[in-house]
Design a protein. Structure first.
Length: 366
């Protein structure tokens, strides 16, 4: 699926708890100045009018008629029907809002709504991380190629998505890849998102430093404390990000056991990857102990950190060899090393979501 040369225009929206940011995409590129309105999350009529006004304002900037509206909106939701459920950060939507139908009635074009984690991974699969790693393999002359991609977003919450051969896995209830509900490795009575989130980093730092949660600085400050750029409890800051990485690594191990795919990481907290990515790798390449006293690898595939030069080199190199075809003089190139990699968004989270929304709409239109 490559829509980089497509001339059709799709209206998009980046919907957050505070602001709605509107744009338009053509050929995987933004073609207008973004428009921002207050989300008015506690007043449904104002919020819906903000959405309508935003798309109308973008449409006025266009020279041609858009073919669809496509955007990410927080869940829970029935994305197929475009009905928004009981949102935490937009409380006025609770009870169910038929957002898709409202917009189709207003603008007379198809409307597609999805989860931001899904659209992020779709964008990276089409124009970001997946082409990047396949390009590295091709350049090195490796026969290995990847067609699947799992991804996570780290920020206010812990989101995820999975793409195979350019197609999103959505699920029968629009609930596929809901990684936020995986079990928390270190706090077994909690879900992963309680630790893999902004509040999780702050809580870890609060516990380790002995200060109240109310007095705890934001993750960017905790990162700068950990890296020596700001004063504070450096040891507590480093430990907070290590625990963060360990829980992510456990969640990703469970996910890729099912999906067998590379992993791309996005979201606001991904900028601190130098502090938590080593812990992810340690967890994913760890071992299980069995009753007979043996150790077995946690995953079938070896996991490589694509952001690390040596790891990247070994990932690309693999173990390519030539084997002889029985009863023949022919040989076949063979790479027996089962491997996946973990790395950062190559597009930036917002751009990846926009490209994902664009591609999803055009794919649905045919």
């Amino acid at each position: 699926m490559d829509y980089s040369e497509d001339k059709r225009v799709v209206l998009t929206l980046d919907a957050g708890g505070t602001n709605f940011v509107f744009s338009a995409i053509q050929g995987n590129n933004e073609i207008v100045e973004k428009v921002r309105f207050d989300s008015n999350g506690d007043n449904l009529e104002k919020s819906l009018n903000s959405i309508i006004k935003g798309f109308e304002t973008i449409t006025e900037q266009l020279r041609e008629k858009p073919v669809a509206i496509s955007f990410a909106f927080p869940g829970p939701a029935d994305y197929h029907l475009g009905i928004i459920g009981d949102l935490g950060n937009l409380p006025s939507y609770r009870g169910g809002v038929a957002l898709k139908q409202m917009l189709e009635d207003r603008f007379k074009i198809p409307v597609f709504i999805n989860n931001d984690g899904n659209l992020f991974v779709l964008g990276e699969a089409i124009a970001g991380f997946l082409p990047y790693i396949n390009g590295l393999l091709e350049k090195a002359g490796s026969p290995k190629r990847y067609e699947t991609l799992f991804g996570i977003t780290l920020g206010t919450g812990f989101g995820g998505g999975f793409v195979s051969n350019g197609k999103l896995l959505i699920g029968d209830n629009s609930n596929a890849a809901e990684v936020w509900l995986l079990r928390n490795k270190l706090e077994r009575e909690m879900n992963a998102e309680e630790s893999v989130s902004i509040r999780g980093i702050k809580r870890f730092y609060s516990q380790e430093s002995g200060i109240s949660f109310k007095e705890t600085p934001e993750p960017i400050d905790i990162y700068e404390i950990a890296t020596g750029k700001k004063k504070g409890d450096k040891e507590a800051a480093i430990k907070a990000f290590k625990r963060f990485g360990e829980i992510i690594g456990d969640a990703l191990s469970n996910a890729v056991t099912l999906f067998d795919s590379p992993v791309v990481i996005g979201g606001g907290l991904s900028g601190a990857y130098s502090l938590f990515l080593p812990e992810i790798m340690k967890e994913m390449n760890s071992v299980f102990h069995v009753y007979e006293g043996q150790k077995i690898d946690r995953l079938e595939a070896k996991v490589f950190n694509i952001e690390d030069g040596k790891d990247r080199e070994n990932f690309v190199k693999g173990e390519v060899r030539k084997i002889k075809v029985p009863f023949s003089e022919k040989t076949i190139e063979y790479d027996p090393l089962k491997r996946i990699c973990v790395g950062l968004s190559k597009l930036g989270t917002t751009k990846a979501v926009s490209i994902g929304a664009y591609a999803f709409a055009l794919d649905m239109l045919g």
